[in-house]
Design a protein around this ligand. Structure first.
Ligand SMILES: NC(=O)C1=CN([C@@H]2O[C@H](COP(=O)(O)OP(=O)(O)OC[C@H]3O[C@@H](n4cnc5c(N)ncnc54)[C@H](O)[C@@H]3O)[C@@H](O)[C@H]2O)C=CC1
Length: 500
């Protein structure tokens, strides 16, 4: 099964090619490293950094807030968010109360265990090497027509199982692409149980927030096989079908197991916006009060859905360490054609209600190890870095130093610099270095990977990277060259952080 929407540009099945340190390129023995001499930010320059906005205003809850306009007024059920969802009433759908639409739809989805149309079903025995060859070769055949095959698959699914339509977003373009890539990735890993589990358990868990239940896998699989057989043409035979039944059986079982493991935790949280600060024209800092405790670790991220784009989820990092008042902060940059990011920056206001998925991601501080921390935050990628710094401040830095390189293209895009500099004034173990790549009048010149390379070596450091994918990839390369072993470099690029 594919991942319903997570983000626009990178999918949950992507992973950075390798973090296990690739063989180091042969380099002539370097001259002894120069001592690190990082220029401090002179007070005059710091003063010219963008002013820190007023402290977050926490607005009182507004019971009288106007109803939120649903995106699809003429088809209210498409706005419904999933089984057990009570907040659809916030949409106040004209013509059909959202509560009615939700309760009317819930039984339909609960009984969505549509009987399988094929007597063959999905096979419990593991795929054989021959099965894997057949499945991989049919995927190779399908690759050039993947878009049409997946469109055909969704057409079959919604035609035969209209009750499943409400699990998916209104616009299916991103979704289609994702399905084929997820299948490809799973088929590649089908003979490596550990790798398959690493891919599919999180995918199964993330499907919970769409309302996907174990009963949905068989009808999904039947339509998938029907679409694959059509587009494989004469290459599809009984043996290929049996191979797919084993492989799909394995994929769906593994995803369902992943979901089952976390069945006791909420599939999603509701979060009311209680603060909305416009830091630049494109960037807003959004503060949210979850409807129940939201346990997470600094450095993690979550999926966010707005009421205006039902079932369209985007990932954002938690930008603060867990707080005693339970509030959560997100840094959001409105990106061109980004539905969720533009809604959050330009439309969302205190009183609006979001849905949040469970916390994800492994870019968390290992407090058992004693290396110093090197943190690279590019643009809004500074969000999880700030959370990590706050957590170190709370738990005590010990002998560790924390060096933060905060990159932007222009001075005025360093929207979090004042706050970071204030933290560094309070904590002697913390240094913050602005890095400007385009029009510099402040801090260090260059891109983050270049600067990291310039001020290395960084052996003995644990590195945390967050920002645009290309910046993270290039910085990983620079760090590996600068003496940081792969296992000491953490980022969540493969875990799908992107804007949208
Ligand atoms: N909002 C959030 O919670 C989080 C966002 N992110 C990601 O961070 C990114 C932030 O984007 P923007 O603020 O628009 O950043 P940006 O495009 O303005 O760039 C920020 C920094 O990265 C550097 N950079 C950009 N492209 C580079 C490349 N190809 N090579 C080397 N350095 C490069 C720039 O020089 C600058 O220093 C987005 O991709 C977002 O998905 C990551 C983690 C959390």
């Amino acid at each position: 099964m594919s991942a319903p929407p997570a983000r626009e540009s990178v999918t949950v099945v992507e992973v950075l090619p390798t973090l296990a340190a690739p063989p180091a390129p042969p380099v002539p023995s370097p001259p002894p490293p120069a001592p690190i001499a990082l220029p401090a930010v002179p007070p005059a320059e710091a003063a010219s950094a963008p002013a820190l906005a007023a402290p977050v205003l926490v607005y009182p809850r507004r019971p009288d807030r106007p109803p939120i306009e649903p995106m699809i007024t003429h088809a209210p059920h498409l706005n419904w968010a999933g089984p057990g969802d009570h907040w659809s009433r916030a949409w106040g759908t004209p013509g059909l109360a959202a509560t009615e639409s939700a309760t009317a739809l819930m039984p339909a989805l609960r009984t969505a265990s549509v009987p399988m149309q094929s007597p063959g079903g999905f096979l419990a025995d593991p795929p054989t090497p021959r099965d894997l060859d057949l499945v991989r070769s049919s995927l190779a055949t399908l690759e050039p027509v993947a878009e049409r095959a997946t469109a055909h698959f969704y057409a079959l699914l919604f035609l035969h199982h209209p009750e499943l339509r409400s699990l998916f977003p209104a616009a299916m373009d991103v979704q289609r692409d994702r399905l084929f890539r997820a299948l490809l990735a799973a088929a590649r890993r089908a003979d490596d149980p550990a790798a398959l589990t690493r891919q599919l358990h999180p995918l199964g868990r993330s499907h919970r927030r769409y309302g996907v239940a174990a009963a949905h896998y068989p009808p999904f699989g039947e339509c998938l096989l029907a679409a694959l057989s059509r587009y494989c043409g004469h290459r599809w035979d009984a043996e290929t079908e049996t191979a797919w039944r084993r492989v799909y059986g394995l994929i769906s079982r593994t995803m369902a197991e992943g979901a089952e493991e976390v069945a006791a935790t909420p599939s999603w949280w509701h979060g009311e916006i209680v603060g909305h600060e416009q830091r630049t024209r494109e960037i807003a800092v959004v503060t949210v009060r979850p409807d129940q405790p939201y346990p997470y670790l600094a450095g993690q991220y979550t999926a966010v859905e707005t009421p205006w784009w039902p079932r369209v989820w985007r990932h954002y990092s938690l930008a603060c360490a867990p707080r005693s008042d339970g509030l959560l902060t997100f840094h959001v940059k409105a990106v061109p054609a980004g539905w969720v990011s533009n809604a959050l920056v330009r439309r969302a206001r205190p009183g609006d209600v979001l849905r949040l998925g469970p916390p994800e991601g492994s870019m968390v501080v290992d407090h058992q190890s004693d290396g110093s921390l090197l943190c690279l935050g590019g643009g809004t990628g500074i969000a999880p870095i700030r959370a990590l710094v706050e957590e170190v401040a709370e738990r005590g830095a010990g002998d560790r130093e924390v060096k933060v390189f905060y990159g932007a293209r222009r001075n005025e895009e360093l929207y979090e610099l004042q706050a970071m500099l204030r933290l560094s004034q309070r904590h002697p173990w913390l240094s913050v270095h602005p890095v400007i790549s385009d029009q510099r009048t402040l801090g260090l010149a260059g891109t983050l990977p270049d600067v990291v390379q310039r001020y290395g070596p960084w052996d003995g450091h644990h590195a945390y990277l967050s920002g645009p994918p290309a910046m993270v990839r290039r910085s990983v390369d620079a760090l590996l060259r600068s003496g940081v072993p792969g296992e000491h470099i953490r980022h969540d690029l493969g875990g799908s952080l992107a804007a949208g």
